[in-house]
Design a protein around this ligand. Structure first.
Ligand code: NAD
Ligand code: DAU
Length: 339
């Protein structure tokens, strides 16, 4: 039996991970430590909340006393650190909480992993640590780090700290760097759910700059299967890129969403660009494919349809979110962007 401390398990990727693992594995016990920030949502975990191999703890990864207690009480053997402040635009509005959670929080987890001698520590990082690409080329694991937003810089700092714990103390760290995820339960501040929900409400769809920035998309289930594989077979001290080779300019995604929802392109509004906006991401995932035999299984065409349909069928999930503090964030974010 593995006793895994999953942090940030009430967020988008973490909750999909927990749902996936508890449906498919009986040899894993999960302690989900999540602060329930604006992005954490226990509704994502309704199907598993009473599962015998699951326990939820509301708390902060920066709280060393709490983390120490959980390692001891649950005899933690593995850590998967999803917990983070994850939204680039929010990091531009204010960086402090990004440094606190993403850097100090990871450090607290690493210290405890060292203290208790875990079998593996999976640090969930991002391709954004590599910075921005021109029209050609791909990020490889050896690409130098050149983070551009406060979010990306905080994730890069956490990666460096994790690798330092491996080299200095032999903490069995493995790092994953994935590209842009989409799927069920994604908070509607990110491109795809924001555009779906705005279109459903006949609100303007704010496209930054010329709409030609490129992201490399992966369905969240494919990402999580890769994380599961890294947990099982990933070599310690290594970094694994994860992506599905699905590069798309933002405007293409926005038009596809409008088309599937039967809405007019007139809802599109080009707004002021994101400061420091990375132009293009493209990830080379040959290493995880060759060494761990992982392959993405979902095509973009079918998984995006599935995602749009889920938002159509689950209005209650997102209506609860957008009726709260979200409106204040939305006004703050987009008041500064209108051209
Ligand atoms: P998210 O914002 O949806 O969820 C983050 C979760 O972390 C939330 O449940 C939140 O409550 C929790 N959290 C935040 N601060 C915490 C703290 N101090 N202590 C405990 N819990 C805390 O994020 P996501 O999109 O699910 O991303 C998960 C991880 O994957 C992050 O580390 C992110 O950097 C990384 N990542 C995301 C993407 C993407 O496209 N979303 C791509 C690559 C990597
Ligand atoms: O690449 C992985 C990263 O992907 C993760 O590490 C981050 O946690 C995740 O948030 C995501 O970062 P991005 O900045 O790429 O994602 P976002 O959804 O915010 O934006 C995607 C693209 O869409 C980007 O080029 C900005 C643009 N955009 C975004 C929003 C929210 C718009 O044009 N309009 C918008 O309203």
């Amino acid at each position: 039996m593995k006793n895994i401390l999953v942090t940030g398990g009430a967020g988008f990727i973490g909750s999909n991970f927990i749902n996936h693992i508890l449906k498919n594995r009986s040899d894993i016990f999960i302690v989900n430590l999540d602060k329930l920030t604006y992005a954490g949502n226990l509704n994502n975990l309704k199907d598993v909340e009473n599962h015998q191999n699951y326990f939820f703890v509301k708390g902060d990864i920066v709280n060393d006393e709490l983390v120490n207690y959980l390692f001891q009480k649950y005899e933690i053997t593995h850590v998967i650190n999803f917990a983070a402040e994850s939204h680039v635009d929010r990091s531009i509005l204010g960086s402090e909480v990004f440094f606190r959670t993403n850097v100090l929080g990871t450090n607290v987890l690493l210290e405890n992993a060292k203290r208790f001698g875990v079998e593996k520590f999976v640090q969930i990082s991002t391709d954004e640590v590599y910075g921005s690409l021109g029209p050609v080329g791909e990020f490889e694991e050896t690409t130098p780090l050149q983070p551009n937003s406060p979010y990306a810089a905080s994730k890069a700092a956490a990666d460096m700290m994790a690798l330092a714990f491996y080299h200095t103390y032999h903490v069995p760290v493995v790092i994953t760097r994935c590209s842009n995820n989409y799927g069920l339960y994604q908070f509607p501040e990110k491109l795809i759910p924001l555009m779906i929900i705005n279109a459903m409400n006949n609100k303007k769809l704010p496209v930054y700059g010329d709409g030609l920035n490129v992201r490399d998309w992966i369905y969240v289930i494919d990402h999580n299967k890769a994380v599961e594989m890294v947990l099982e077979k990933g070599k310690v001290g290594e970094v694994y890129n994860i992506g599905a080779s699905t590069e798309k300019p933002n405007i293409e995604i926005v038009k596809l969403i409008l088309k599937q929802l039967g809405k007019s392109d007139k809802l599109i509004e080009y707004v002021k660009d994101r400061p420091g906006h990375d132009r293009r991401y493209a990830i080379n995932s040959s290493k995880i494919k060759n060494e761990l035999a992982w392959q993405p299984q979902y095509s973009f065409e079918s998984a995006i349809k599935n995602t749009i349909n889920w938002y159509l069928e689950n209005e209650n999930w997102w209506k609860e979110i957008i009726s709260g503090d979200y409106q204040n964030y939305y006004k703050l974010q987009y008041s500064s962007r209108s051209n």
